[in-house]
Structures are given as structure tokens and as C-alpha cells.
Ligand binder design. Structure first.
Ligand code: FAD
Length: 464
């Protein structure tokens, strides 16, 4: 029996990053993973496969919508769904194998199987109990279900995000329940592939938590792309018959009942922490009322020597948040100073155009009673965005009214998910909007719109 310095449970972006960092810091590390492949939700059934399908379907959209505008005539592209799924699986396989390589390179033992914690310092996998000085729970999350709706990914009619990444065929019609990030990304994929997509959302707006102006503009753009929205609607049930589904919902404003028929239904109503089988209740590890593992400022649970990170703990359910926590907790366990700046965690929606945000929204800043100034610049004034046919969005920069310090940024536009990082770096360094405005930005780039928004926080944008 080996004795480890650290056993990490779960090899998603939180767990595998934690294991690698700890090994780099000289600890003897093992990582337990129950799946066949490493990489967790993110690499296997989350970020990576969804981005592969978004990329492929975006290419198709370009041939239909924009090729002829650029003088590229006669492109007739047919979709081979099996081949597209093959491309998605190859992308996933290349990445999960990459983590296996990194484990070998860093001498991390992959303990294959499902783990339970016998006691602080003891992790059981199969019939073997391993001893370890520290344990990190990085067991992630799973799709949450909706009352009255039964998901059956195998049947491929009523599915969650995992099933939606592998539908047996491209449906002619699809209902997406939930207008959050996952629902809109996968809804976009199928809309671009030709499905008639209707998004049904309980709230009166899409993408809860995002900047209000971004929400409105994003919905407008998606509607232009063919997605239909039913907002303020509570789904009460989904039935299936003859290979199709019927979604029943009530409009909250007048309680009227409606139905929509669809070949496929994607239930995208959020995710919940996955901690089943770990034995946390017998150990006395406390959880919140929503089932997340409770942690202190150093990611330690209520039991000494047992830590938790990623989707299993409170906070945004994002791969990079899990990674940052993984690195930080490894540092803490190695006796160093791990740190995560939770006020600078970007969020991205990988539709076309992309939507990206970091820091405070205008609404949140005002609610907190902060005096702010808002610099806004439309991509209509950005030469590069116009050439890309993606000039419908804008950059909105929020700065403190007195100090000019950047507090947040919200972008809807081409490559927003890449552009947001200059603002993240600025925020990490406590920069002012003027610092961004005074920084030379290459021309012609979409990033110039960020500079223009920063200029708009001061003397005014040039191209608006
Ligand atoms: C469709 C979809 C798209 C997404 N897109 C993005 C995106 O673009 N960007 C982004 O930042 N986030 C995205 N996410 C969210 C992202 O996948 C998660 O936030 C991230 O994977 C969380 O990482 P984690 O390490 O905490 O857990 P996970 O990635 O869930 O990994 C946990 C791992 O632990 C294993 N495990 C659990 N219990 C045990 C046990 N007892 N023993 C052994 N192994 C165990 C599981 O098998 C799993 O592999 C997406 C999610 C979905 C579903």
C-alpha cells in the first residue's frame, strides 16, 4: 500500500490541474477517476465537445450566410452528422489523452475506479484503501433535472447536455428548456444545423446574471439567427410518443397552458454538485442546503485534511474557476500561499457572436450603491468586426466614477471570449479605464473596440 501526500478525487479541470500543480511542487500524488478517460465533464461531455460542435456548425453557417457576400459562389455544403460527431470525438480523445500524458510526465498515479473516503487520510478505490496526508474532493457536477421531465439520453428524444452532444440524428425541431449558457450554445448548434429551435425559459429574460443590455442585444441577435424564445414560461411536463415529444408549459403572466411538439427536447436547467458515494455524511463533511461542499478560505472542508474545489463547491460552475482553485489548493497543501481572485473570473458564451463578461455588471454596481461611469462602443464602428459580418454587438466597460478603476466589462461581439482577457489583466493590476485607453492597440483588430470603450469612459471614443 502506497502512502501519498495527496489523493485527488476526480480528474476534471479542478482535479487534474490540482494533481499536476501538487506534483510540480514535489508532492507524491494520486488522482482517482471513475470515468474511462481523464478530463472530467469539461473534456468529455462539456466545454470541449460543445465547442467542437459550435465550431463545425459555425463553419456551416458561414457558407450559408456569408460566403456569397464575399464572392465565394456555389458553396453547397452537406452535413454528414456521423462524421461531425467523429470530429467531435477525435477532439475530445486528443485532449483526454493529453491529460494522461501529463499525469505520466508528472509521475501522478491514476487510480482507476470510484472513490469513497473512509476517514481523513484514507481513500478507498475498489477493495483497496490508500493512505494519504491530504484529500481534495474535485468530484464536479451533474445535470439537474426538472420535476415532471424524464431524461433518457439513450432514446435521444428528451436529453440533457450529455445526450445533446450525441443525438442519433439532427432533429427537425427542438425545444430547449432553459436559456442559460449551455442551452443557448447547444440550441445554436442545432439551429445552425437546420433545426427549428424554441427556447422556453422560466424568467422574463435570457442568461440570468449577465448585463441587462447584453441580455437584450443577445436575444435580438439569436432571434435574427432563427431561434424562438418563450420567456416567463414554467414547463410542467414533457411527454413522448412515436419518437417525438410534447412540451407543456404555463405562461406565468396569465397562467395559460400551451404545448409545443418537437423531435428533441434539451433539458438545460442547470447543474448540481455531484458528491454521491463519497461518504461525506458519515465523515461529518458539511454541505450547504443546495448540496455543495462547505469550505473555508483555504478550500478546507469541515474535516481537517479534506479539501474541496470546482463545481462541487459554491461559486460559478466554470472550468477555469475549478482550475484556479485546483492550483491554489495545491499551493496551500504544499505550505505556500494559494489565492483565487473571485472578482476577476470571466464568463464566456461561445455562440456567434460570442458573449463575454468579467466583474460587475451595471445593475450590480448600482445595486451596491457604487458611483460608476459606463463607456460603451458599438462594433458598428470597428472595421474588423464589419468585415467579419459581426458588427451587431458592443463593448461596455464599467469604471469607478471617482478613481476610474475598471470594475467590469461586458462584450457581445466577434472573439469576445479572447478579448475579455485584456480587461481581466487590467483588473488584476488595478488599472484605470485610462490605462486601457492609453495602451496602443493593433489595427485592425476587434480589440480596438475595448480601447474605444475605455476612451468613452473619459474624453470620448474616436470612431463613435
Ligand atoms: C455542455 C457543457 C458545456 C460547458 N462549457 C463550458 C465552457 O465552455 N467553459 C467553462 O468554463 N465551463 C464549461 N462547462 C462547465 C465545466 O465543464 C465545469 O465547470 C467543469 O468541468 C468543472 O470541473 P470540475 O473539475 O469541478 O468537475 P468535473 O469536470 O465535473 O470533473 C469531476 C470528475 O470527477 C469524477 N468523479 C466524481 N466522483 C468521483 C468518485 N467518487 N471517484 C472517482 N471519480 C469521481 C467524475 O467522473 C468527473 O470526471 C460546461 C459544462 C457542460 C455540461
Amino acid at each position: 500500500m502506497s502512502t501519498y501526500d495527496l489523493i485527488v478525487i476526480g480528474a476534471g479541470p479542478g482535479g487534474y490541474v490540482c494533481a499536476i500543480r501538487a506534483a510540480q511542487l514535489g508532492l507524491k500524488v494520486a488522482c482517482v477517476e471513475g470515468r474511462e478517460t481523464l478530463g472530467g465533464t469539461c473534456l468529455n461531455v462539456g466545454c470541449i465537445p460543445s465547442k467542437a460542435l459550435l465550431h463545425a456548425s459555425h463553419m456551416l453557417h458561414e457558407t450559408h450566410e456569408n460566403f456569397e457576400k464575399m464572392g465565394l459562389m456555389g458553396a453547397h455544403v452537406e452535413v454528414d452528422w456521423a462524421k461531425m460527431l467523429g470530429y467531435k470525438s477525435e477532439t475530445v480523445g486528443g485532449n483526454t489523452k493529453g491529460i494522461e500524458f501529463l499525469f505520466k510526465k508528472n509521475k501522478i498515479d491514476w487510480l482507476k475506479g470510484w472513490a469513497s473516503i473512509e476517514a481523513a487520510g484514507k481513500v478507498k478505490v475498489g477493495e483497496t484503501v490508500y493512505e494519504t496526508k491530504n484529500i481534495v474532493i474535485a468530484s464536479g457536477s451533474e445535470p439537474s433535472t426538472l420535476k415532471g421531465v424524464e431524461v433518457d439520453n439513450k432514446a435521444g428524444i428528451v436529453v440533457d447536455s450529455t445526450g445533446a452532444l450525441e443525438l442519433p440524428k439532427i432533429p427537425k425541431s427542438m425545444v430547449v428548456i432553459g436559456a442559460g449558457v449551455i442551452g443557448l450554445e447547444l440550441g445554436s448548434v442545432y439551429a445552425r444545423l437546420g433545426a427549428d429551435v424554441t427556447v422556453v425559459e422560466f424568467l422574463d429574460f435570457i442568461t440570468p446574471g449577465m448585463d441587462g443590455e447584453v441580455q437584450k442585444q443577445f436575444q435580438k441577435i439569436l432571434t435574427k439567427q432563427g431561434l424562438k424564445f418563450v420567456l416567463g414560461a414554467a414547463v410542467s411536463g414533457v411527454s413522448t410518443e412515436n419518437g417525438a415529444a410534447k412540451v407543456t408549459y404555463k405562461l406565468r403572466k396569465d397562467d395559460s397552458e400551451h404545448t409545443i411538439d418537437a423531435e428533441a427536447v434539451l433539458v438545460a436547467t442547470g447543474r448540481r454538485p455531484y458528491i454521491a458515494g463519497l461518504g461525506l455524511d458519515t465523515l461529518g463533511v458539511e454541505v450547504t442546503d443546495r448540496g455543495f461542499v462547505k469550505i473555508d478560505d483555504h478550500w478546507q472542508t469541515s474535516v481537517k485534511g479534506i479539501y474541496a474545489i470546482g463545481d462541487a463547491v459554491p461559486g460559478p460552475m466554470l472550468a477555469h474557476k475549478a482550475e484556479d482553485e485546483g492550483m491554489a489548493v495545491a499551493e496551500v497543501i504544499a505550505g505556500k500561499h494559494g489565492h483565487v481572485n473571485y472578482s476577476v473570473i470571466p464568463g464566456v458564451i461561445y455562440t456567434t457572436p460570442e458573449v463575454a463578461s468579467v466583474g460587475l455588471t451595471e445593475e450590480a454596481a448600482k445595486e451596491a450603491g457604487r458611483k460608476i461611469k459606463v463607456g460603451k462602443f458599438p462594433f458598428m464602428g470597428n472595421a474588423r468586426a464589419k468585415a467579419l459580418f459581426q458588427a451587431d454587438g458592443f463593448v461596455k466597460l464599467i469604471a469607478d466614477a471617482e478613481t476610474d478603476r475598471v470594475l467590469g466589462c461586458h462584450i457581445i461581439g466577434p472573439n469576445a471570449g479572447e478579448m475579455i482577457h485584456e480587461v481581466c489583466v487590467a483588473m488584476e493590476f488595478g488599472a484605470s479605464a485610462q490605462d486601457i485607453a492609453l495602451t496602443c492597440h493593433a489595427h485592425p483588430t476587434c480589440s480596438e473596440a475595448v480601447r474605444e470603450a475605455a476612451l468613452a469612459c473619459g474624453g470620448g471614443a474616436i470612431h463613435a
